[in-house]
Structure formats: C-alpha cells, structure tokens
Design a binder for this molecule. Structure first.
Ligand SMILES: O=C(O)CCC(=O)C(=O)O
Length: 332
C-alpha cells in the first residue's frame, strides 16, 4: 500500500476515509503502509544537517553507543533537537500523520517516542527482532478484554525519511505479516533466534524503502532488523511512536496488573503513566519552551501529543537510548 498525500488532504487536515481504511487494512495484514508527501522539504532541509552534525558529536569519542553494543554497530538511537527552530509542526504534530494514528489506535492515542533511527555507513546487521510485545498474550486474555486473536497492535511506529531511504542506504529489512505470528506472543525475548521454520513461514523478507518526506506506518510487532548502509552518508530516518489510550506504562506497554488507585490516577490525568521504577508519575516527553509553537494547534484527531515544556536547556543527546531523547520524571 503506497498512497501519495495530496494538497487537498493537507488542506482538509486528514487523509480521506477510504484511504485510511486501506492503510488500516494494510497494517493489519502486511504490517505496514507507506504514505508519501507528508513532511515538507523545508522541514527536511532544516533537520537533515542537524542529524549529520549530531552523528559526528556522538561518534567523536570513538565508543560504541549502548544501543550499538546491544543491537549492531552503526545503528544509532539519536536524540532529536527539542528546541526551536528544530521542532516542526509538520513532523511532531502533523494532522495527516495523526489521522492515521487515530484510524489505527483510536481516540486518545499519545506520542510516546520522538527520536532518530540513524544507520551509519559501515554498519552491520542487527539480530532480527520485534519492538513490542503482544498486549494480550493468549486467546483467553484477548477474549476477556474483548479483543480479537491475534490481537491488534496498541502501538504504531511512524518511520520518517528525511532523505530517500533505499536498499543502498540501509533500508530496514522486514518480514511482512509476521506481526500475526502468535507463537511469539508469550516469548520473553524479542529476538528470532534459531527458528528457521518461522523465518521460512513469513519470509522472504522485504526492505522498508521510503521516499524523502514519506512515512512508513508499521506495526512494531512486525519482525525487522537494521542492515548495512552501503552508501557514504548516514541514513536519517526519524521515529515517532504513538500508543493507544489503553497503554498505561510510559514506554507504551499495557500493564494488566495495576492497582485500582494507580489506574484511577492515570485515567483522570493523561500526563500520568506507570514508571519503570514502579508507581505513577509524569510520563510526558520533555521539550524546551521555545518549541511550543510546533504544538500550538489542537489535534484534529484526538491525539495527545504528551509533551511538557521546560525553560531549562533540554539536552536531546542525553538519555536518547533509554528515554527517547529526554527525561521523564515525577510530576513537579
Ligand atoms: O534503523 C533500522 O533500520 C532498524 C533499527 C532497529 O530496528 C533498531 O534499532 O531496533
């Protein structure tokens, strides 16, 4: 499924209903859908050099980042600048992107991750993996919560190409449809090790090629891996991840085992989420106050941008690996 957004779509602030239904169907079946013409050339030209500069900063000490050590050399989780003029409405609060988010995740979906997925020249292959667990792990659990089996995703990953992403520049390898393989639902690991039978069942793999300014919307449970970038420039893909209103953990997981008190707090205040260290706290993404303008218009699609603004400097390169490029803390 590949749709090219039109000027009329941009004026309407939404993709057409029938296109949204096709995108949804593609995500349910193949696991992904591509929509071109979503992020402007102006935004791409502003952001691309910042990514390249920040790659140089991250590479300067010659050390592998924690994400590289864990997954593969040359694959960076690179924080994006969280201050003006680098936070752009047509990326962080884009009504057409949000129309897809609402279609797939329903009302009240929230932004949980805003980061760069950069594949550097000379990179290696990552282990094949999926990014998210199933939110309901057995047919019985799904049925008890009124969900189908296999259950739908409660997270939508939006991969944005600042420049064209091709096989040559290291387009992500994907196993279309593999998000429907229920055998992995109860696994404690997200890696597909030693299972040639599963690879044969869902292969052969494809590649996630993305034109500049396009977004690949994908079910993060679809198996994939970063592969070598054979070009001489870093491949600048950005990752925005949205979670369904059901997801109560700040990383977007749906935790079933939660006290009535914590649950009430989270329902009454959408800024609050379960934290890693236990308990409930502020789960919003931190941006500098200068970035406010990018989020100034209310979402036309019931999406909670889930951001909080601070006056202190926000170091987008701190905690980029584990915390999406900024800090999440207890409510002040
Ligand atoms: O950047 C890519 O092509 C895929 C990266 C990925 O899956 C990861 O870093 O976990």
């Amino acid at each position: 499924m590949h749709y090219i957004a039109t000027r009329a779509d941009h004026e309407a602030g939404t993709l057409p209903k029938e296109i949204l239904a096709e995108i949804h169907e593609a995500i349910l079946t193949t696991g992904y859908a591509l929509v071109s013409n979503l992020v402007s050339e102006e935004t791409r030209e502003l952001l691309l050099p910042t990514i390249l500069e920040d790659v140089d900063i991250v590479r300067a000490d010659g050390e592998l980042t924690p994400h590289e050590q864990h997954t593969g050399v040359g694959h960076l989780q690179l924080g994006l600048r969280r201050y003006a003029p680098y936070v752009r409405a047509d990326l962080a609060a884009n009504p057409l992107i949000e129309s897809v988010v609402e279609e797939v995740l329903g009302d009240g979906a929230w932004l949980g991750f805003y980061n760069g997925n950069v594949n550097c020249p000379g990179s290696t292959s990552q282990p094949l993996h999926f990014d998210r667990p199933y939110s309901w792990r057995t047919p019985e659990e799904a049925e008890a919560h009124g969900q189908s089996w296999p259950p739908p995703t409660t997270t939508l990953s939006c991969s944005v190409a600042l420049a064209e992403i091709t096989e040559e520049t290291g387009a992500t390898e994907i196993y279309p449809g593999s998000q429907r393989e229920t055998e992995v639902a109860t696994w404690t690991s997200n890696r597909l090790k030693d299972r040639p039978d599963l690879l044969a069942a869902w292969g052969p793999p494809g590649r996630m090629e993305i034109p500049a300014g396009a977004v690949c919307f994908r079910d993060p449970r679809m198996w994939h891996r970063g592969v070598p970038n054979h070009s001489d420039k870093p491949r600048a893909m950005l990752g925005l991840t949205y979670h369904s209103a059901l997801a109560n953990h700040w990383r977007g997981r749906l935790v079933h085992d939660i006290s009535a008190e914590d649950s009430e707090q989270i329902i009454s205040n959408p800024a609050l989420k379960l934290l890693d260290e236990g308990g409930v706290g502020d789960g919003r993404l931190v941006f500098h106050a200068s970035a406010r303008l990018a989020f100034a218009t209310d979402s036309l699609h019931g999406v909670n941008r889930n951001v909080k603004f601070v006056d202190e400097e926000v170091n987008h390169l701190v905690d980029a690996h584990s915390r999406g490029g900024a800090r999440v803390g207890i409510e002040e």
